[in-house]
Design a binder for this molecule. Structure first.
Ligand code: BG6
Length: 454
């Protein structure tokens, strides 16, 4: 059963919905300029206007209210409030977030702020970004400003969204802004700086918060789940969740859960990963671990899919081949609700903190039907299946505090542009008209019944 005060929410991020990319003194982010490059984004789409949420946030909050959403996870655009990333403050940007927060609270919706969801200030990027040893300090300055201005009303903060993606795809494999393929001598120290930035931010946020705040962190992962309920398969899936293998090192080295979570939640890098990566870490990295491992209040986890894992003949975890025509989303992500159950169970066992699913959802090619409604049975089925598995994890002892559906509304899906739709609300980008999809009304009923009617 879901707890009585279970947090039923929906999530978005600044660059994906706000628009107003060049308005009211906002500085540029690396996504603003990446979208100006040739052949980077599907259809040369940009987030310049996106869902125009910057101007339509009041209407969007009304829709949230109609759907009975209790909590809203959004991110701040760092360059909107600090155009150069550090230094001069853009009061217009602060005003936007103040208005947003006030309107949410007036409507009984709890705000959850993510500090960084990928739109890195271009001015800091020009100074080397995460490669610069001062980058953790820059982030801490920004985090301080966020709590100074917003923590009188906002109680929950998340430092980073999916470090695996913005470092891994941004700088290792090059599929996200700024689109680099840098060597490990650069990217491992960058990842370390991100972790240190997290720890320094946590310290400074606790110091300057205007009220007692809760702080978490939101990584992502593709979770192995056991092929059967046998102890061997369960152990194999657990091992595969946290181990660091040669294959990982040879591929996108940063696609790991334990590399990004053990330092944050346990105050140490995983030994098996250090075996491969230690030589790339910056001198004196050990001295940063205490800061990186600052106590947190909760763990956020973005979780979309996973893979079936069994214990192989050699006793090691091995993947089970997917059947022909296996279910998948428009993003070609496999539909694997079991991953939510086992991911949550394994994370809770290891890190022992209350968990929020900070993102989970499905990209579809939704359409407006002749009756002017958006019928999205696939999304309803997907969410129903995943939430049932989340409930099983809770029933088996995991402490789960809340669930944020990704996404509140259709939005700019990074390199995929506006091609796929992830929202509970349909957005017509030409007219900016919104339509609550069937799934939005379905979610309302789930929230009303605290998930008992799943
Ligand atoms: C997560 C991100 O990786 O997945 C979101 O945190 C993103 O920002 C979502 O929109 C869907 O992924 P994609 O790759 O289809 O945009």
């Amino acid at each position: 059963m879901f707890k009585e005060d279970f947090v039923w929410g929906a999530a978005t991020s600044a660059y994906q919905i706000e628009g107003a990319a060049f308005e009211d003194g906002k500085g540029l982010s690396i996504w603003d300029t990446y979208c100006m490059e040739k052949n980077k984004i599907f259809g040369s789409h940009t987030g310049n206007i996106a869902c125009d949420h910057y101007h339509k946030y009041r209407d969007d909050i009304k829709l949230m209210k109609t759907m009975g959403i209790k909590a809203y996870r959004f991110s701040l655009s760092w360059p909107r409030i600090l155009p150069n990333g550090i230094g001069e403050i853009n009061e217009k940007g602060i005003e936007f977030y103040n208005n947003l927060i006030d309107a949410l609270i007036e409507n009984g919706i709890e705000p959850y702020i993510t500090l960084f969801h990928w739109d890195y200030p271009r001015e800091l990027y020009k100074m080397g970004g995460w490669l610069n040893p001062d980058s953790p300090k820059w982030f801490a300055e920004y985090a301080q400003l966020a709590v100074e201005r917003f923590s009188d009303r906002v109680k929950n903060f998340i430092t980073f969204n999916e470090p695996q993606c913005f470092i891994g795809f941004g700088y290792c494999t090059g599929g996200l802004a700024p689109g680099f393929q840098l060597p490990m001598h650069d990217t491992v120290p960058m990842a370390h700086n991100v972790l240190l930035a997290h720890g320094m931010a946590v310290k400074i946020m606790r110091k300057y918060a205007k009220s007692e705040i809760k702080i978490g962190y939101a990584p992502t992962y593709t979770f192995p789940y056991p092929a059967s309920e046998s102890k061997e398969d369960i152990d194999a899936a657990r091992t595969a969740t946290f181990e660091y293998t040669e294959e990982m090192f040879e591929g996108d080295w940063s696609w790991s859960e334990s590399w990004w979570c053990d330092p944050v939640f346990l105050g140490k890098y995983p030994e098996d990963a250090l075996h491969y990566l230690k030589k790339y870490l910056p001198v004196g990295w050990e001295n940063d671990l205490e800061t990186i491992g600052q106590p947190l209040d909760f763990m956020g986890q973005n979780l979309y899919n996973g893979w079936e894992c069994r214990c192989g003949a050699d006793g090691k975890p091995e993947g089970v081949e997917r059947e022909v025509g296996y279910p998948q989303t428009a993003s070609e992500w496999p539909i694997t609700p079991e991953a939510l159950k086992w991911g949550v169970k394994f994370l809770y066992e290891r890190y022992k903190l209350p968990i929020y699913i900070t993102e989970n959802g499905i990209g579809c090619y939704d359409v407006i039907s002749l009756d002017n409604q958006v019928h999205d049975p696939l999304r309803i089925d997907f969410l129903n299946r995943y939430l049932l598995k989340l409930r099983e994890a809770i029933d088996e002892g995991a402490d789960v505090a809340g669930y944020f559906q990704w996404s509140l509304m259709d939005n700019f899906e990074w390199c995929q542009g506006y091609r796929k739709r992830f929202g509970l609300i349909y957005v017509d980008y030409e007219t900016q008209k919104r339509i609550i999809k069937d799934s939005g009304y379905w979610y309302r009923k789930i929230i009303e019944n605290n998930g008992e009617n799943l």
